[in-house]
Design a protein around this ligand. Structure first.
Ligand SMILES: [Fe+2]
Ligand SMILES: [Fe+2]
Length: 135
């Protein structure tokens, strides 16, 4: 069973962004499955890297429009993104140093963070983004 399933309550009513969130959820599930199945260190390392890259792409997408349209809550939102990036960097570093076995706990942290962030911060820009024509 997947760790994290998409549901309507996660929709920000913007197709492009919902699709990006779905992709991130799929990546988290994939990561979780690889950990559960005790996949190789190489595989897990690749998945962490892919998640990092895609998260960066997604955050940049949101931030670009926030700057472009003068979103009032930009600073606070960016701070949340940056904190998450820092946390994932730490996890990756610990993993690469062999100090840390990537456990279920890490996946749960990533999943919970994403859910809370979408339902909290991302949901707040929904109306503003729609009003500015983002689809
Ligand atoms: Fe966000
Ligand atoms: Fe987002």
């Amino acid at each position: 069973m997947a760790l994290f399933s998409w549901s309507e309550d996660l929709s920000v009513k913007i197709k492009s962004i919902d699709e990006q969130h779905m992709k991130l959820i799929n990546m988290i599930n994939d990561f979780y499955e690889n950990i559960s199945n005790r996949s190789s260190k190489e595989n897990i390392s690749i998945l962490i890297d892919e998640m990092k890259k895609y998260t960066f792409e997604h955050f940049s997408f949101e931030e670009k429009y926030m700057i472009q349209f003068g979103y009032a809550d930009y600073e606070a939102h960016k701070k949340e993104h940056d904190l998450f990036v820092t946390r994932v960097d730490e996890i990756e570093k610990m993993f690469n140093d062999g100090k840390f076995f990537v456990s279920l706990e890490v996946t749960v942290f990533i999943k919970d963070w994403l859910r809370t962030h979408i339902q909290g911060e991302d949901m707040k820009y929904s109306e503003f983004f729609i009003k500015n024509g983002i689809k």
